[in-house]
Design a protein around this ligand. Sequence first.
Ligand code: GDP
Length: 453
Amino acid sequence: MSCIAAVCTPNASGGVAIVRISGEGALEIADRVFAAVSAKPLSSMKGYRAAYGKIHDGDIVLDEGVAIVYRAPHSYTGEDVAEICCHGGLFVTKRLLRAVLNAGAVPAEAGEFTRRAFLNGRMDLSEAEAVMNVISAQGEQALAAANATLSGSVSRAIDRIAGSLTTAAAGLAVWTDYPDEDVPSVSDDALLATMQTAKAELETLIARYDSGRAVTEGVSAVICGKPNVGKSTLMNLLSGRQRSIVTSIAGTTRDIIEETVRVGEIVLRLSDTAGLRATDDEVEGIGVAMAREKMQEAALLLAVFDSSVPLNEEDYALLEQCKNRTAVAIINKSDLESAFKIAEIEKYIPYTCFISAKNPESAQIFANLLAKVLGTNAFDANGEVLAGERQRQCCANAVGHLEQGIFALQSGETLDAVGVCIDCALGELFALTGKKVSEAVVSEVFAKFCVGK
Ligand code: GDP
């Protein structure tokens, strides 16, 4: 494969920068720009060796630095690789890259090093996607999850699930294709158990990914409720500062106030919205419409109620909207006498907590409930965690095919039909790990990478 090169350190000044060269002739190209003080060419060195020397473009000396030699297949890409480390000035780094390109390399595209690692079997597609997550990880848990995937935990789980489905599919194929032969018949019970187990395992992966996202990427949440229930007070409590104006005058918050806050392990991208009520005030009306739009988009609804006044029409309208959504009922002003029964709310929203938004200790009560709702209290970053939406979608599609297969079997359809469903599910799992995946999908995965990775 052609020899590619790119700067693989950030596009900013720093102590050191690295230009990576990978592919056929990488070491010879590196020799054209790097002269070791030992006078030994890089192309004559063994892998995992480094040399100190001068970096030059023809007769012009650019810098001095260190070159590292990797020999195929023991490199990131699986090809011969040279990494030249120079001083980390923007100009000198670009100049070094130009010298490398002048010496015969072509510029690498976004993600091309990792794409080659995938094509050369150094990692499968799920691991390649995890590389991106290691780079973008913002906290301990996110990094641990990305590293677990990078080390192949998802691939192994998917291979295990695919393995049991493949055995089932093969048994079915023999039985249906050679009906006259003396092949053991496939037991419906065993087939059902295989599909159900695979489905349950995939659903666990999906659930863990969803709760993991709350930790790694954050959840979009909207604080909603009628005016004066304490939405702004709650926003201020969670953000730890005076973000929203708190008054006893209904309709004070008209715009949407947004803030990213951390609640325990969870990151919430929080919006405080205008109180939901019918209003003749034009500006407040726009605020209420925006609040409703936000509620549609948000992944989590934080529905706030005032425990000191009886529930009214506006509260019930909100409760209706929370049905079939991920929602938490926050029953505020618990320092005052309660004017309604919690059971009323629980008919609509199973997750409830009593707080007093004025009391800082309430934040912990809310955090505990949130961890339960989003499943983050049981989240194990060291388990298998899918490394992105594409992988989640593959799992979800596979679950869909397995559900059809289970239904087909239970409703007495032919085993052929069941076999087709299992094949479709397998297709999704192979797409996840990249065993059987279209060029277009591969390109899409690597397009998200930065140049140099
Ligand atoms: P919003 O309109 O829903 O945003 O409500 P605000 O946060 O502006 O609060 C409305 C009024 O309720 C203000 O006077 C707050 O001080 C008061 N309030 C908020 N939370 C509590 C609470 O937990 N206990 C009591 N007693 N009053 C509260």
